[in-house]
Write a protein that binds this ligand. Structure first.
Ligand SMILES: Cc1cc2nc3c(=O)[nH]c(=O)nc-3n(C[C@H](O)[C@H](O)[C@H](O)COP(=O)(O)OP(=O)(O)OC[C@H]3O[C@@H](n4cnc5c(N)ncnc54)[C@H](O)[C@@H]3O)c2cc1C
Length: 418
């Protein structure tokens, strides 16, 4: 029986352990926190959006295009749902997103832990992996107070996002010591900080809007949904979805602008005609009351101010120029993005181990035979909606199975068994 050690007891590490143990390997998970699966508990606002019904190669970003999709196809969303159903989690779908029927992330973690126990996987918590040495066909795993010697190792130590859950970037250091290279690791699925001083005055507003991200006049990405305005800039799912592009452009030294459309259901001309008519219907209304009933008051006040319109001016005397300016303010609200929020606030990272150094079929390192990768440590990230966990499950499953099969093969070769 081959012996596989997995560094990291997160989603990908636990899945790798189940796959390797199911394939007959002896398995140990090394986890430096006091328990496994801490990050899993905070996923999906505590409900765990564990995969998505809508899948395509475009859902998985990497500098090495197409790499992740090959792995996802080998253990896809249907396989993930079947897997969890068999373990006892009944998948419930909402707008394509899958959650456990219990609506509790803890139940996903619980069934994984029960399965690890059933498969006799050893879990060493409170043990930091400090070094990995490859010597004479074996791996020596240096922990706090002991050394493990194994046939294969899977590095599933996560990224640098939300370090409080355990993923503190130490996995990158371990891989780099073995010769691997990193695509710059940056916060993704994260809030964006903006330069303008007015954000404090609109903090707390939640509004449906389309967020489009530009460098110069080049559109990088856009998304629509509930945007949250904060004291420092913009947040909410559409902001998260475009944030990786902002992080990469800012890292490259480019100027980044976000353009917000606060009336995405109307064209510019439709909104302008609507305003012209509205001004005629109640001409005595003050400018400060003109948008009441359409948009949140904090935004109305800001827009009137930024358009240099007197608050007390009557709607009937607003000029066409002022109404065009107001329409542009609402449809093309431009804000300068200065940075992303920190790794601590990010849900994931973009960047990671360069996947060109990893076999796209087995997830085995091309530089260190016998070492495999799984999860977010690799340069793969997805949008909100269950894609990052899908990647953790798919990569964990493939790495676990391949490591177990390979360790069995290498033992057969060493002992000359048929
Ligand atoms: C708030 C939040 C909400 C999220 N919601 C969702 C969601 O709903 N759907 C979705 O798809 N994705 C979501 N994600 C992203 C998703 O949780 C991650 O992509 C996924 O958990 C990554 O799994 P992983 O196994 O690669 O890494 P992790 O889950 O981070 O696991 C890595 C593990 O390795 C351990 N470790 C690290 N270094 C060492 C070391 N040197 N020695 C020993 N142990 C080590 C860590 O303690 C950790 O337990 C969310 C993330 C956050 C932060």
């Amino acid at each position: 029986m081959g012996y596989v050690v997995i560094i990291g007891g997160g989603a990908s590490g636990m899945m790798a352990a189940v796959a390797a143990a199911s394939a007959g390997a002896k398995v140990t998970i090394v986890e430096h926190k006091d328990r496994v699966g801490k990050k899993l508990l905070s996923t999906g606002n505590g409900k765990c959006n564990f995969t998505n019904a809508s899948q395509s190669a475009d859902c998985y970003h990497s500098d090495n295009k197409g790499f992740a999709w090959k792995i996802v196809c080998r253990f896809d969303e249907k396989a993930v749902c079947d897997f969890f159903r068999e373990l006892g989690v009944y998948p419930k779908e909402r707008n394509g997103c899958y959650y456990p029927h219990s609506a509790q992330a803890s139940s996903v973690l619980d069934v994984l832990r029960m399965e690890l126990e059933r498969l006799h996987v050893t879990i060493l918590t409170g043990q930091e992996c400090r070094g990995i040495l490859s010597r004479k066909g074996k791996f020596h795993i240096e922990l706090n107070d002991r050394e493990l010697i194994c046939d294969k190792v899977i590095l599933a130590a996560g990224s640098k996002a939300a370090a409080v859950t355990g993923s503190d970037g130490s996995g990158y250091i371990l891989a780099k010591k073995l010769g691997h290279h990193l695509i710059p690791v940056l916060p993704a699925l994260v809030q964006l900080k903006c330069a303008e001083s007015f954000y404090k005055s609109i903090s707390g507003v939640r509004i449906n809007a389309k967020v489009s991200l530009f460098t110069e006049e080049t559109l990088l990405a856009s998304d629509q949904g509930e945007v949250q305005l904060t004291a420092y800039g913009i947040s909410g799912i559409p902001t998260f979805q475009v944030s990786r592009y902002a992080a990469k452009a800012l890292y490259a030294g480019k100027k980044v602008t976000a353009r917000l459309d606060f009336a995405p259901e109307m064209s510019f001309d439709e909104l302008l005609s609507f305003f012209i008519q509205r001004a005629q219907t109640r001409p005595q209304k003050k400018a400060e009351e003109f948008l009441t009933g359409m948009f949140p008051k904090k935004l109305n006040d800001l827009w009137i101010r930024l358009c240099d319109i007197e608050r007390s001016k009557e709607a009937g005397s607003l000029t066409k120029r002022e109404l065009v300016k107001l329409t542009a303010m609402i449809k093309e609200f431009s804000t300068h993005v200065t940075s992303t929020n920190s790794f601590e606030q990010a849900q994931v990272c973009c960047g990671g181990i360069d996947t060109r150094e990893v076999n796209p079929l087995t997830l085995e390192s091309r530089l260190v035979p016998g070492m495999y990768f799984a999860g977010e440590i690799l340069d793969v990230d997805g949008p909100c909606g269950g894609y990052n966990l899908q990647w953790a499950w798919s990569s964990g499953h493939v790495a676990g199975r391949e490591a177990a099969n390979a360790s069995y093969q290498s033992i057969k070769t060493r002992t000359g068994a048929q």
